[in-house]
Design a protein around this ligand. Sequence first.
Ligand SMILES: Nc1ncnc2c1ncn2[C@@H]1O[C@H](COP(=O)(O)OP(=O)(O)OP(=O)(O)O)[C@@H](O)[C@H]1O
Length: 306
Amino acid sequence: MANEPEHIGQRSESAPPENGAATSQGEPQGASRGDAVQGGATAVGGGAAAGPPAVRIQGLWKKFGDQIAVNGIDLTLPAGRFIGLVGPNGAGKTTTLSMVTGLLRPDAGVVEIGGHDVWRDPVAVKSRIGVLPEGLRLFERLSGRELLGYMGRLRGLPGDEVDKRAGQLLDVLDLAGSQNKLVVDYSTGMRKKIGLAAALLHNPEILFLDEPFEGVDPVSAQTIRGVLERYTASGATVIFSSHVMELVESLCDWVAVMAGGRIRADGPIAQVRGDAPSLQNAFLELVGAQGRGAGQNLDWLGGGAR
Ligand SMILES: Nc1ncnc2c1ncn2[C@@H]1O[C@H](COP(=O)(O)OP(=O)(O)OP(=O)(O)O)[C@@H](O)[C@H]1O
């Protein structure tokens, strides 16, 4: 199990909750590389700050009908890191993040945030985390400024503190000019930014972001990046999912690779990258996509040659 020091080269997944998913235990574990580089638990003990890890996941399972979305994962993510959760479409990233942040109840498994059980101790957990979920639902009929005011009060912050923080976040995220516009009229990127501001308002210890850079222009991406780097420099933890490997490689110091509902590798970026020239190459190898054809069967496709 991931909570015990494991031998490198051995990733043991937990048993399924009942008999439902037993067949998956017999599936091939994907690239052997994944087995060789998993390093969450051992590396945490080997130098990260003392105290509980940011996230400890044990035997986490979720099925939707016959579809196993998350296949009994064990994962320990250290505190104070910039962590990327990567994986192909349908890997189980959003389902995992939803269960970790208390938005979706697992079929089985335990999740602890900063040593607190997400389902047994939700108040302690929710005061420590900020979340920018996928498909963020916002109060559309509030202005950006009103939304932050409301979220700040929900978090129990005094009104003048909410005003101060909201004003600063709106400025930094370049939303000050749109603060009185209704959220329903915000663009995709503006929604991401106001969602990020709402997630940061109470100064959480751990920030979970599902695809924070999707639909965000390069200038705003740079701004978000700066805010997140400043945030982690204070010792806080960012955990975000992404498909953009260059981004993960340049931003993160820790990565977990998911595919088919399982963790294929996790640990410091350099360790997961190994001898591969880039994280992208390592990723393709880990998820078994290396050498996948680029549409050779589409022999009819070639509009330019007409
Ligand atoms: N509410 C749901 N009902 C049925 N199946 C679901 C549901 N949510 C997720 N799934 C399935 O679970 C699997 C994992 O989906 P998930 O959204 O967690 O993947 P992901 O890694 O976030 O993918 P992407 O990168 O495309 O966003 C997929 O096969 C998906 O179809």
